[in-house]
Design a protein around this ligand. Structure first.
Ligand code: SF4
Length: 73
């Protein structure tokens, strides 16, 4: 699945990293990003990657992100 973090709305709370560190980490700017293993695009506004469908914690991160900054397709 495709996973996208909207860095403009991310507040760097770290919840996504706590629930799904196989996919998310905090970058030097304090915002969430897709880990190196899966990332395809990462800039100031967004981080996008393709993650294996069997990594189910992505769904938890989507549901628990307080700003709705994570989306999948
Ligand atoms: Fe950013 Fe949402 Fe992750 Fe918090 S849970 S660091 S707001 S993407």
């Amino acid at each position: 699945m495709k996973v996208r973090v909207d860095k403009e709305s991310c507040i760097g709370c770290g919840v996504c990293v706590s629930v799904c560190d196989a996919v998310f980490e905090l970058g030097d700017d304090g915002k969430s990003k897709i880990v190196a293993e899966y990332v395809e695009k990462d800039d100031d506004t967004e981080s996008v990657g393709t993650v294996p469908d069997d990594i189910e914690c992505v769904k938890d991160a989507v549901e628990q992100c307080p700003t709705g900054s994570i989306s999948t397709e």
